[in-house]
Design a protein around this ligand. Structure first.
Ligand SMILES: Cc1cc2nc3c(=O)[nH]c(=O)nc-3n(C[C@H](O)[C@H](O)[C@H](O)COP(=O)(O)O)c2cc1C
Length: 172
């Protein structure tokens, strides 16, 4: 395992990941897209089954149609790209965990390139409708999406957090 040459910078990156939901009308550079996608590939996942596929969508019409489905992913409409994380096996909570971990990695890799992102969860009928829209087999549902793009002006808001002692407690 290599040690990071700039620990402070890395920790600061981890702490500065905020949800960005308004995006500039600017495409993502291919090298950044490749980095983000390869970070997905190297993400830890349950039993290393790699039981997921990520659909990478830059088509504006498809992004808009996904944004209109039931859920909390309206920001896909203005995104330069959307990553749709599809769990391929029937594994209950492991899928949710994998999807969470992958979406976090996407956000961090994007941030390293100055690109903003937000998770967007689909709910209810939106999950099946998204699968149908994306041409997935009938049994599939889509739960987790990530919107990506350069932040629009004013899109970066400071996150509020509880004090450290309230969230993390040392136990004797
Ligand atoms: C598991 C999880 C699910 C989330 N789902 C959504 C979502 O469906 N739509 C959305 O706009 N943001 C979503 N978010 C982003 C959170 O709203 C955001 O992280 C939280 O409000 C804190 O803001 P910050 O990340 O900017 O500090 C999700 C975040 C996590 C970790």
């Amino acid at each position: 395992m290599s040690t990071t040459t700039n620990t402070k910078e890395f920790v600061s990156l981890l702490k500065s990941l905020r949800a960005v939901r308004q995006f500039a009308d600017k495409p993502l550079p291919p090298d950044a897209v490749h980095d983000i996608q390869d970070v997905i590939r190297w993400s830890g996942n349950a039993s290393n089954q790699q039981a997921f596929q990520v659909l990478w969508i830059e088509n504006r019409v498809t992004l808009k149609r996904l944004s209109e489905l039931p859920g909390y992913a309206k920001h896909l409409a203005g995104a330069a790209a959307g990553a749709v994380i599809v769990s391929m096996l029937d594994r209950d909570e492991l899928n949710a965990f994998d999807e969470g971990r992958i979406s976090e990695r996407i956000g961090l890799a994007a941030l390293a390139h100055g690109i903003g992102s937000s998770i967007g969860m689909l709910t209810g009928a939106g999950r099946k409708e998204a699968a149908r829209l994306l041409g997935l087999p009938a049994a599939h549902e889509v739960r987790t999406t990530v919107s990506l793009g350069y932040p629009a002006e004013g899109a970066l808001r400071g996150g509020r957090r509880k004090p450290l002692e309230e969230l993390v407690k040392g136990v004797a």
